[in-house]
Design a protein around this ligand. Structure first.
Ligand code: CTP
Ligand code: MG
Length: 235
C-alpha cells in the first residue's frame, strides 16, 4: 500500500500578520512549506506529495521544491489552491494519479510534525480505519458560549464539555483514498477538518496519539515556539 500526501498551503496566514503567504514564511531560514514537505516525505510509505500552492504562487512553490534537497524516491506535484482550506484539499485530491490507496492530508502550517506521528497515522489506516486523526488531550478547559455580536462583549456560557473526553486534533489526517474522495464529492457543509467530512458520511473515525511538535503555526507566538523547537533539534 502506497500513500500520497496532500499538503494544503494556499492560505494567506491572516492571523500571523502581514507578509508573504504563511507557508512561504521562513522558519530557521527555510520556508515553512519545505519543512512540512520534508516531514511527510521522510516516511518510507509516502511516495507522492501534492502541494496545494497559493492560487497565484504555483510557479514559486515549484521552484522552491526544486531548490531544496528532497528525497529522490518521492514524486512532487504542485497545484493552485482555492478560497477555503476545504476547496484547496479538493483541488489536491483531483490531481492525485492512480496507485495510492492511502491519502494523508497535512497542513503546511504544521512544519515540525515528527515522522513517527506520520507513520502511526498510516499504520492505523492500514489496520482498517477509514479515517485516522492524530490528537492530544487538552490543557485548557473548554466552554461552549453564545458568541457575542460585538467582539469583546461578555458571552453567555452554554455548556462545559468534560475535558477528559476532548481531544485537540492535528494533522496529518489519514484516509482510505476512496472514502476521502467520496466525502469531498458529497459533503457540502463547511468543516474545519477532513475527518469531519468522513464523520458526516457516518463512517468510523479514530484518534491516535498526536505530538506536541505537530502544533499549528497560527499566531506570531507560534512562530517563536517553532523557531525554539527547531533550534533545539539542531543542537
Ligand atoms: N489553506 C489552504 N487554502 C486556503 C486556506 C488555508 O490550503 N484557502 C491551508 C493553509 O495554507 C494551512 C492550512 O490550510 O496550511 C491550515 O489553515 P490555517 O492555519 O487556517 O492557515 P491560513 O488560512 O493561511 O491562516 P489564517 O486562517 O490565519 O488566514
Ligand atoms: Mg485559515
Amino acid at each position: 500500500t502506497r500513500a500520497a500526501a496532500v499538503i494544503p498551503a494556499a492560505g494567506r496566514g491572516v492571523r500571523l500578520g502581514p507578509g508573504a503567504p504563511k507557508a512561504l514564511r521562513a522558519l530557521g531560514g527555510t520556508p515553512m512549506l519545505i519543512h512540512a514537505v520534508r516531514a511527510l516525505a521522510a516516511s518510507r510509505a509516502v511516495s507522492l506529495v501534492v502541494v496545494v500552492a497559493p492560487p497565484d504562487g504555483a510557479a514559486e512553490v515549484r521552484s522552491l521544491l526544486d531548490a531544496h534537497a528532497l528525497p529522490e524516491r518521492t514524486d512532487f506535484l504542485v497545484v493552485p489552491g482555492g478560497e477555503s482550506r476545504q476547496e484547496s484539499v479538493k483541488l489536491g485530491l483531483d490531481a492525485l494519479p492512480d496507485g495510492h490507496d492511502i491519502v494523508l492530508v497535512h497542513d503546511a502550517a504544521r512544519p515540525l510534525v515528527p515522522v513517527d506521528t506520520v507513520d502511526a497515522v498510516i499504520e492505523a489506516v492500514r489496520d482498517g480505519a477509514p479515517a485516522v486523526v492524530p490528537a492530544l488531550p487538552l490543557a485548557d478547559t473548554v466552554k461552549e458560549v453564545e458568541p457575542a455580536a460585538v467582539p469583546g462583549a461578555p458571552e453567555p456560557v452554554v455548556a462545559t464539555p468534560v475535558r477528559a473526553r476532548l481531544r485537540a486534533v492535528q494533522t496529518p489526517q489519514g484516509f482510505d483514498r476512496e472514502t476521502l474522495v467520496r466525502a469531498h464529492r458529497t459533503v457540502t457543509d463547511e468543516v474545519t477538518d477532513d475527518a469531519g467530512m468522513v464523520e458526516k458520511l457516518g463512517l468510523g473515525v479514530v484518534v491516535v496519539p498526536g505530538h506536541e511538535e505537530a502544533f499549528k503555526v497560527t499566531r506570531p507566538l507560534d512562530l517563536v515556539l517553532a523557531e525554539a523547537v527547531l533550534a533545539r533539534r539542531r543542537l
